[in-house]
Each structure stands twice: as structure tokens, then as C-alpha cells.
Design a protein around this ligand. Sequence first.
Ligand code: HEM
Length: 465
Amino acid sequence: MSAPAMSPAPATPAPAAPGRLPLLGHAHRLARDPLPFIDSLREHGSVVRIGIGPSPAYVVTDPLLTRRVLVTDAVSFAKGGRIFDALRLVFGDGLATVGDGDTHMRNRRLMQPMFNKAHIAGRGEAMIDQVRTLVEAWPEGSSRDVFADMNVVALGAFLAAVFGTDLPDHMAVEFTTLMPAIMAGSIRQTILPSWISRLPLPANRAHERRVARLRELIDQAIDHHAAAGDTASAQAAGCPHVAAAQREQPEAGLFKTLMTADVRLTREELQDEAITLLQGAVETTGTTLAWTLFELTQNPEIERRLREELDSVCADRPLEYDDLDRLPYSLRVLQEAVRKYGPAWMVTRTTTRDVDLGGYRIPEGADVVWSPYLHQNDPAHFTEPDTFNPDRWLGERAPSTRGSFFAFGDGRRKCIGESFAWAELQIILATVLRTWPRFEVTSRPPRRQAVITVKPDTLTMVFGK
Ligand code: HEM
């Protein structure tokens, strides 16, 4: 006789994290020590309820459940939640913040070609030139803020690839000062109760002013790019061969693909996409590179192997784009930095119905938090997670860790810029190493600071020949 069918156990309320305060919930923990707090949730269950102000949010601590949220049951966990509500004020309805649905699918299809391997390769040499110019300009022997430098270089590479190399200088300077301040303002709005963000406080006003300025600048960048393209097309009119050559010109950045797509986006939509790309691309890679350089100063053997690999591929000539495929160790070093430092630590979704997640009940309309940082530092999935070990990504060992590596997200909202990011990271790391045979830390060891990414709180270095 067959056993009677068992109905699944009814879902129970998710355990609550300790230390909740009236009105604030756990906002004080998220503001004061967010990474130890997020890390500590693992011991309370695979889904843990926290309070952000009076509203509950559900943090997923088991990577298998995160996979369900992002991939297998993504329809029940729509893009949204507090962090995207705050970011939407900056990005508008850009690809990263727009809700799931037709607009997202249309824009993703339109933007995908910008980031295919052939298009990125077409901008490879322009990126390398720009990065080399910036890195070679550092004066020898003076102490430098490495996080700031890496953001400037990442921004330079991004602008060269996406908008071309001829943007006015003041733009890059303003972008680099505005963006970290805007991101700090957005994360403040995410972790503090929303009534605080609505008060006419100086910090809230300053945030609004910065966002308005960023939009003005991005508008100028789009105009500039459009004008460069128009001149090129006017010169090329009537001659298909010249037109083809102009399309290959260094100034024709990747954004051109979007501006000339069959479906024309409005000016506001173009602005939203440009700001989204700028923000998505720069701090993520800047943070990763700053931590990578720090780890090299702590692990001389890893630095030695990196330099050896570079020397064997480039010998005495400058780096070329085609070299990147021949630098597997450099890729592993970067992947390990991305793993160890997140770089994102808090990403949200909103439930579209009542859901049973891992046996826990989550009501419709609730915020669900997933965290690449949390999973990628889980000792159950990454042995000795504090150890910087690029070889954990070697062939046979890698598959056991793949299911918990979410640095670029997964499913239909997975990072569109992943291939671009790896190319940019490799170019910048190789250029720093080839330009500067020596570098050492001059500050105390950095602590991890969770803003939008997990960045070093302080990190200065001197570079020498
Ligand atoms: C180390 C570098 C990077 C990391 C770790 C990273 C991480 C992520 C993550 C985790 C998501 C998914 C967010 C979610 O599911 O809600 C995402 C989405 C996105 N990223 Fe990246 N990113 C990086 C670099 C880039 C670059 C270089 C670009 C552009 C050039 C970019 C553009 C985007 C965009 C537009 C989205 C939204 C995609 C969509 O919703 O369809 N990212 N990224």
C-alpha cells in the first residue's frame, strides 16, 4: 500500500532579528554596523525579519532561496523595494530601477548590443589609452587616496567606451565628486525611516540639488555625443564607405547604439539610461579595484604571480585588448576581490503575492533583501571566506561555489554590464601594475564601509618606479 500523500508543513512567520527599537526597527544597526549586522542574521534562520523604521523587510540568508527569488520564482519577487525607491529618484526609470515588465524588456533588448563582446572590443583600445593616460599621470612617491583614484580611472574608462574620449574635462571632475555624495544620500534614504527623508533637512535638500546637477551634466554629455555623431554623418553623407569608417571612429562610443536604435527613446529615457549606466559602472568597479590593490599589498606572492603572467603575455610592449583573454590569473584575482567584498551588500525585491519562502510566510507587498556580500562570505559555501585566495576559482573547485556567487545578480535582472566590467577591471589592473612596479599602503588597514557598495573607509598608497 502506498503511503498517504503528505501536504507540506504550513509556512510559519520568519524569525525576527533581535535588537528591534520602536519607530526605528533595526535602522540604527543598518546605519551603524550594517555588515556585522547582516552577517549575524545567518544564525537566526534562512529568512529573517528585520525592521526598517516601522516596516518589516525579510532578509534571505540561504543562497538557494536567493536563487528562487532571482530566477526560478522571479515573478513572485518583483524588482522594487526600498533601495530602488531611493535610487529611482536619481536614475528615473533607467534599466536598473524600472519595474519588471514590457518597458524593462524593451530597453534591455535595445541596450544588450552595447554590451556584446564585439562592441566592447571595438572600444578596447580607446579604454586602454584613456586608462594609461590617467594612471601615468600620478606623481611618483606622493600618498594617494586609492578609492578616489580608482573611481576616477573607472569613470575615465567608462566615458571613453560609452561617450567617446572628447568630453569636456570639467564633466569627469564633476561626475566624480557628485556620484559618491549622491549614492551616500540614496543609501541614507534606504536605511532610515521614510518620514526622515521627507523632512526639509539640509541633507535632504543637498541630495536633491546634487541629483538635479547630475541630470544637467548627463544631458550635456548626450548633446555632445549627438553633435559629434551628426558631424561625422554629415561629412560622410553620400559615401557608404566613409560612413562605415565614421562608425568606427574613436568618438563613436557605445551610447550611439542606443541613440540610433530602431526604437527611438525620448530624451528623458536616454538620460535615465545614461545615469543608470554611469552609476552602475563606476563605483562597482572602482571599489573592486581599490580592494584588489590592497589585497596585493597584503599578499606579495599573488602580486608576483600576476606580474609574471603580465610579463609573459606583454613582454616589453604596451597592453593590447586581445591580451585580456590570455590573463586568466588576473581574472581569478579580480573575481576573488569581487567575491570577498560583495561589492553590493543590500539589494531588494517586493513580493507580488503571499509567498512561502523556505517554509516562512512573507506577505504580499513586503520588501525582500538579498545580499551578494552575505552569501559570498558564507563559510558554508566559501571555505575560509576571509582568506583572499584567487585559486579557489580554479577549474575543478569553482563549481561548488558557483551557486552562491551572486555579485552580478541572476535571472532576468542580471547585470547587463558584466562582460564590460571584467574587461574594464582587467585593463585597469594590468595598467596599474605595468606602470608602477611598486606600491605600498600608507594608511592604517582599511575597514569595510557599506554605502551602496562595500568600500574601503580609508586607503592611501604611494606608487613608485
Ligand atoms: C564589478 C562590477 C559590477 C557589479 C558587481 C555589478 C553588480 C550588479 C548587480 C548585482 C545587478 C543586479 C541588481 C538586481 O538584481 O537588482 C546589476 C545590474 C545592472 N548593472 Fe551591474 N555591476 C557591475 C558593473 C556594471 C557595469 C560596468 C555596468 C554598465 C556598463 C552595469 C550596469 C548594470 C545595469 C544597467 C543593471 C540593471 C540590469 C537590469 O535590471 O536589467 N553594471 N549589476
